[in-house]
Design a protein around this ligand. Structure first.
Ligand code: PGA
Ligand code: ZN
Length: 712
């Protein structure tokens, strides 16, 4: 074949800190040329592969990489005439040629640069994008970005000991939306810093580097920024930390010198983390301890590992042998993956396979010193781990990765999915593998929201049936008697431009009317209900009324073509919502035969996970996909998810007739199978105001006579 390696060259370029690094170029016989640039860390683990530097004090303070570049001549001799698509063979030759444990002779920088450039050349030779070339399947998982928005430690000259305070927009429906949510939060954070008179200068990974009163102040500030940007902390956007504790550890003693918090033992530091996980919505902690403090990692994983991700970076340095030790000792439940820590693409993949085999998560990561090379974006998609750490949405070398992910998501539209690795149900599934948990709802009451008299009876009836499914649940009726002026203000607060007009009389009249319906329903049904009265602004006090709710039952909005602030506010609360149809006869049963409308999207997954407490009462579950290009794998994904939770389901993959709306097809299926309840993710419904513009969910609510569990 013509695609043989014929040239390997390199150049000394500068990284994002202005220090030298290498760019490697691989040329093939047929004229294909591929490049890769090598990143470089600042808080490096001791066991990392050896980055070869010149040590010549006359050039770049000894950091030049001319020796490593000179070694490419030897590498070219070794790889000359080889097939670039034989990645494992090439990497083996590189390791053998170097001959040292840490790749110190030829330099891990020369080796990893070659290995990455060869992967690119191989992809080009086969005419594939890099992510497709390295992937196992053609269903692509876009990663959740971990965006480092406040920098400290060795990455910034400020008062923070901990290196990275990250936001994790895991609740977004797509990578593109996740990036927007992250960037908007980053901008809100900048505004907050300005308001507080703090510096908005940035550190090495693009996060702000203010002088704050303590490390925990950084978490508090980020939570405030998430809220300021209009997102729910934890639910939409969570926090992740990388203290990079090796950088302030000596043995098992930790000196929080930058903040002035003094020395801490491993167990004091662990108490601090445990306390923070209660105070802040933290889903992941990386390198909470120094790389030699294995027992502290074990204790932390035993303590917090069931609920959050515990990540080893310096601890493992992407080395499969160290990961094996971590698995044996239950030291963490996740690994940070950096190609240049181990030095070849093949060994990096071996590290990932070790994580997969252990049922651990893994995160593909950049380094603090980066270039515009976006190799890790493709790599993260190909490796399907669902997480990437690539810095703040700031500085070109960080955006290079995120922008490449946008491009990939566009290219694989229809074959990709974006799923939170931190959804509650997922954590339970992972840590309790083998047990089928009987799911029970988070809150302890079903709240029927009575908006007006005309829908009160139906709403109470459906809510009561839901409450009866679990003896631990009580039923409350929350009467919303909103002052129209306040409702309009609330609508503006949540970005809605129009809202339906309230024409049913004065607030007092509507209250009296609803109360009469309620009382006659209670008399007839014999239900025990608590009647709550809610008057005034929607968004804040409403949240208080529904804080114990496991489920909110609410009548469908009367007019779907104009948005409805009350519904938006209820959606914003992040509680599971059950929509009660306002027209037609209600089905005779509830939740005996549940139909799940499935699309391989985050919202569908979430809808299932959030509905589990109700799903497990169903006698029949039917999964329906409509017009899914990869229907078989899409429904297999849904089935697996249900199976993990001890449920089985029948699958129906159907197609629309010409001109038929997907919603109409779904409802025809519900009719044909005799479903009495539906479960919908809010497809194309990431933001409530998209209601105005349509989408499957919109159409379903418009047409159905079934109660619909809905989650976004
Ligand atoms: P580094 O930091 O690239 O400076 O090693 C990144 C990290 O610790 O995750
Ligand atoms: Zn780290």
């Amino acid at each position: 074949m013509a695609n043989r390696i014929v040239a390997i060259k390199g150049d000394e370029i500068l990284d994002s800190r202005g220090y030298p690094t290498m760019q490697v170029e691989v040329g093939l016989e047929n004229g294909i040329v591929a490049h890769a640039s090598v990143p470089s860390g600042a808080s490096t683990g001791e066991g990392e592969a050896h980055e070869l530097r010149d040590g010549d004090p006359q050039r770049y303070g000894g950091r030049g990489v001319l020796k490593a570049i000179a070694n490419l001549a030897e590498i070219q001799r070794v790889l000359y005439g080889r097939d670039p698509t034989d990645q494992a063979g090439i990497d083996r030759l590189l390791i053998e040629a170097d001959g040292t444990e840490t790749k110190s002779r030829l330099g891990a920088n020369a080796i990893v640069g070659t290995s990455m450039a060869v992967a690119r050349a191989g992809a080009q030779a086969l005419g594939k994008p890099l992510y497709a070339y390295l992937a196992r399947s053609s269903s692509y998982r876009l990663p959740v970005p971990m965006m480092n928005v406040i920098n400290g430690g060795r990455h910034a000259a400020n008062s923070l000991d901990f290196q990275e305070f990250m936001i994790v927009p895991h609740g977004a429906p797509s990578f593109r939306e996740a990036l927007r949510w992250g960037a908007e939060t980053y901008h809100a954070l900048r505004t907050l810093l300005a308001e507080k008179g703090l510096s908005a200068g940035v550190g090495d990974e693009g996060g702000f580097a203010p002088d704050l009163d303590g490390n925990d102040a950084a978490c508090a500030l980020i939570v405030e920024a998430i809220q300021r940007a209009g997102f729910i902390p934890g639910e939409h956007i969570a926090l992740a930390l990388d203290p990079a504790a090796s950088s302030f550890a000596s043995g098992t003693s930790y000196d929080l010198a930058k903040s002035g918090a003094g020395r801490k033992t491993s167990s004091e530091l662990q108490s601090l983390y445990a306390d923070w996980t209660r105070r802040f919505p933290i889903v992941s902690i990386e390198d909470g301890f120094g790389e030699h403090d294995w027992s502290a990692f074990r204790a932390q994983t035993a303590d917090l590992g069931r609920s959050i991700q515990i990540v080893g970076d310096d601890l493992y340095v992407t080395n499969p042998r160290l990961i094996a030790r971590g698995v044996a000792e239950k030291a963490t439940n996740s690994v940070l993956i950096k190609l240049n820590q181990i030095g070849t693409v093949t060994e990096t993949i071996a590290a990932i396979v070790a994580c997969r085999d252990a049922g651990w998560t893994y995160i593909i990561s950049h380094r603090s010193g980066e270039t515009d090379d976006a190799f890790i974006a493709d790599f993260a998609v190909a490796m399907e781990g669902g997480q990437i750490k690539a810095g703040a949405p700031c500085r070109g070398e960080r955006l290079a990765k995120y922008n490449r992910l946008l491009e990939i998501e566009r290219q694989v539209a229809g074959q990709s999915f974006y799923t939170s690795p931190f959804a509650k149900g997922d954590v339970a599934t992972r840590t309790d593998a083998g047990h089928t948990l009987q799911p029970s709802p988070d809150g302890h009451e079903v709240v029927a929201v009575i908006e007006e008299a005309s829908s009160a009876r139906r709403c109470l009836t459906v809510a009561q049936r839901a409450a009866q499914l679990d003896p631990a649940l009580s039923l409350s009726a929350l009467h919303i008697c909103v002052d129209p002026a306040r409702l309009i203000a609330a609508a503006e607060e949540i970005d809605l431009q129009k809202m339906r007009e309230l024409t049913e009389g004065t607030a007092q009249e509507r209250l009296a009317q609803a109360r009469r319906v309620f009382e006659s329903w209670v008399a007839a049904s014999g239900a025990r209900v608590r009647w709550l009265e809610h008057v005034g602004g929607v968004t804040s006090s409403l949240l208080d009324e529904i804080k114990d709710a496991a489920l909110i039952a609410i009548a469908q909005p009367h007019n779907l073509d104009s948005a409805d602030a009350l519904h938006a506010a209820i959606f914003n609360a992040g509680r599971l919502v059950l929509y009660v149809p306002t027209e037609g006869a209600l089905p005779a049963t509830f939740s005996e035969h549940m139909m799940i409308a499935w699309k391989p999207r985050t919202q569908a997954r979430k809808a299932i996970l959030r509905t589990l407490p109700w799903l497990h009462h169903a006698k029949h579950v039917t999964i329906v996909t409509v017009d899914e290009p990869a229907a078989a794998s899409a429904s297999a994904e849904a089935l697996t998810l249900l199976k993990q939770h001890g449920l089985t389901a029948e699958v129906r993959n159907v197609r629309t007739d010409a001109g038929q709306h997907i919603a109409a097809r779904l409802l025809a299926e519900a009719e044909a199978t005799g479903a009495d309840t539906m479960v919908m993710g809010a497809f194309r419904f990431g933001q409530i105001f998209e209601w105005v513009f349509g989408g499957v969910t919109h159409e379903i609510l418009n047409r159905t006579r079934l109660p619909v569990f809905m989650m976004h």
